[in-house]
Design a protein around this ligand. Structure first.
Ligand SMILES: Cc1ncc(COP(=O)(O)O)c(C=O)c1O
Length: 431
C-alpha cells in the first residue's frame, strides 16, 4: 500500500484549512497544512488517509510513541477517577510520584526537589524565579541562538527576533546575552576558550556578583541543534560554582532519552543546579517541571510557586506511563541506535554535496546545517520532504538547518524510508 492516497493537501485537509482561516488567528502557523486524524509509532495519518512519516515527534514530544500504550492506559484510568482538583487546593499522589521520579533521574546525587507546571516556557520562568529568590540576585545570562519560549520573560531570554519577538516588546530587563560555543561557526574555538569569551563579557558587563543564573540548553534546539565544544559546559559550571551563580540547564528539548541518555547534561557529566523539562515528559500531554537542589527549590516561600493546572493529574498519569515506557523499552539505547543509523548516512550524504556544511547532534536529535546562512536551501529541502509525506522540521538562527527528531520507537523501515526521501530531497536541490 502506498502511503499517500491524494495530492497533498487532500480535499478534506483543504476544507479544514478554509474553516481554519475563518476561525483561527493567523499568528498561529502550521508547518504542514495536513490535518491529522490518528497516529501510530512513526506515522501520522491525515484526514484524507495519507500516512506521513513523522521525523519531528511534534517537536520532540511523542518520543515514547503516539500514543504509547502505557500513556493511553494511564490517562484513561486517571480521567475516569478525577480530572482535576488543583494541587494547590487538594493534592494527589501522581504529582508526588512524578516529582520523586524526576528527582531520581535528574543529573547529580544530591538531594533534589521538583515543582510541576504546564509548558516549557512556564518552567523556564519559574526556574528564573527560583534562581533569583535563592540567590538574591537579578541578572540572567543567556546565549546567542538560545530559545526558551514565547512568554514575556522567555521572549527576552530567546535570541532570535523573527518570528518570536518582532513587535512584542518591551521585554523583561536584567537579561544578558553572550556568545555560544558553536563549533561550525565560531572559528574552531575550544570549549574552554568559548567559555572564557562568554565569562569575560559577563564579568566586565554584568559583574559576577549580580548573576542569579546562567541559563543554557546543553544542546540548543530551535537555535540549530548546536552542540557546544567539549569543555564549554563544564567551564561555565565551574565558573558558576565559584561565583555563587546557579547553572540552569534547559533540557526541555533534550530531555528524556532524546540524546541517548536521560538528559543531555549527562554526556558531559554536567550537574546543573536547576533543570527545566517539558516536551517528552508526558507522551504528548502538557506537563513541565523544574527540578533542582533541594535547598534552592525550598528557598521560595509557600505559595510562591504554582498555578491552577500545573501538575494536572491526567498529565501526571501520562508522565508516569511515559517514564515507565522509557525504562522498559530502554529508549536511551533506542536513541543511540537511531544515531548509529542516521549519522553515518548524513555524513556520507555530506560527502556528495557541497551544500551541506555540517552534520551534528546526539542520539535522536540530529541535524544537517547548510553552508549558506539563509533559509533558502533548507526551506526547499523541507518542502520536498513534505510533498513526499515526510515530516521534517527546520531550525537555526539562519533557518538553514534541517533537524530530525524521530519518535524513539520509530520502526527501522520507516526511518530508512524517511531518510531515503530526505537524501533525494537534498541531492535534488540546486544552489
Ligand atoms: C529548549 C526549550 N526551552 C523552552 C521551550 C518552550 O517550551 P514550550 O513551547 O512548551 O513553552 C522550548 C520549546 O521548543 C525549547 O525547545
Amino acid at each position: 500500500m502506498t502511503r499517500l492516497r491524494t495530492e497533498l493537501p487532500g480535499p478534506r485537509s483543504l476544507e479544514l484549512a478554509a474553516r481554519r482561516s475563518g476561525a483561527v488567528a493567523s499568528g498561529v502557523g502550521s508547518t504542514l497544512p495536513l490535518y491529522i486524524e490518528s497516529a501510530e509509532d512513526g506515522l501520522l495519518v491525515d484526514v484524507d488517509g495519507n500516512r506521513l512519516i513523522d521525523l519531528g515527534s511534534g517537536i520532540a514530544v511523542t518520543s515514547v510513541g503516539n500514543p504509547a500504550p502505557a500513556v493511553a492506559e494511564a490517562v484513561h484510568e486517571q480521567i475516569d477517577r478525577f480530572s482535576h482538583t488543583c494541587f494547590m487546593i487538594t493534592p494527589y499522589e501522581g504529582y508526588v510520584e512524578v516529582c520523586e521520579q524526576l528527582n531520581e533521574l535528574a543529573p547529580g546525587d544530591h538531594a533534589k526537589k521538583t515543582a510541576l507546571f504546564n509548558s516549557g516556557a512556564e518552567a523556564v520562568e519559574n526556574a528564573v524565579k527560583i534562581a533569583r529568590h535563592a540567590t538574591g540576585r537579578t541578572a540572567v545570562v543567556v546565549f546567542d541562538h538560545a530559545y526558551h519560549g514565547r512568554t514575556n520573560l522567555t521572549m527576552a531570554l530567546t535570541s532570535k527576533n523573527m518570528p518570536y519577538k518582532q513587535g512584542f516588546g518591551p521585554f523583561a530587563p536584567e537579561v544578558y546575552r553572550v556568545p555560544m560555543s558553536y563549533p561550525y561557526r565560531d572559528g574552531g574555538l575550544t570549549g574552554p576558550e568559548a567559555a572564557a569569551r562568554a565569562i569575560d563579557l559577563v564579568e566586565k558587563q554584568v559583574g559576577a556578583d549580580n548573576v542569579a543564573c546562567v541559563l543554557i540548553e546543553p544542546i540548543q534546539g530551535e537555535g540549530g541543534f548546536v552542540v557546544p565544544a567539549d569543555g564549554f559546559l563544564g567551564a561555565l559550571s565551574a565558573w558558576c560554582a565559584e561565583k555563587g551563580a546557579l547553572l540552569v540547564a534547559d533540557e526541555i528539548q533534550t530531555g528524556f532519552c532524546r540524546t541517548g541518555s536521560w538528559f543531555a547534561s549527562d554526556h558531559e557529566g554536567l550537574v546543573p543546579d536547576l533543570v527545566t523539562t517539558a516536551k517528552g515528559i508526558a507522551g504528548g500531554l502538557p506537563l513541565a517541571a523544574v527540578t533542582g537542589r533541594a535547598e534552592l527549590m525550598d528557598a521560595v516561600h509557600v505559595g510562591g510557586l504554582g498555578g491552577t493546572y500545573g501538575g494536572n493529574p491526567v498529565a501526571c498519569a501520562a508522565a508516569l506511563g511515559a517514564l515507565r515506557t522509557m525504562r522498559e523499552k530502554d529508549l536511551s539505547g533506542a536513541a543511540r541506535a537511531i544515531e548509529n543509523t542516521v549519522l553515518p548516512r548524513l555524513r556520507a550524504l555530506a560527502e556528495k554535496t557541497d551544500l551541506i556544511g555540517d552534520v551534528r547532534g546526539r542520539g535522536a536529535m540530529l541535524a544537517v546545517e547548510f553552508t549558506e546562512p539563509t533559509p533558502d536551501v533548507a526551506g526547499r529541502v523541507a518542502k520536498a520532504c513534505h510533498a513526499a509525506g515526510v515530516v521534517v522540521l527546520t531550525c537555526g538562527t539562519y533557518g538553514n538547518v534541517i533537524r530530525l527528531l524521530p519518535p524513539l520507537v520509530i520502526p527501522d523501515d520507516l526511518l530508512a524510508e524517511g531518510l531515503d526521501i530526505l537524501e533525494q530531497a537534498i541531492l535534488g536541490v540546486t544552489k
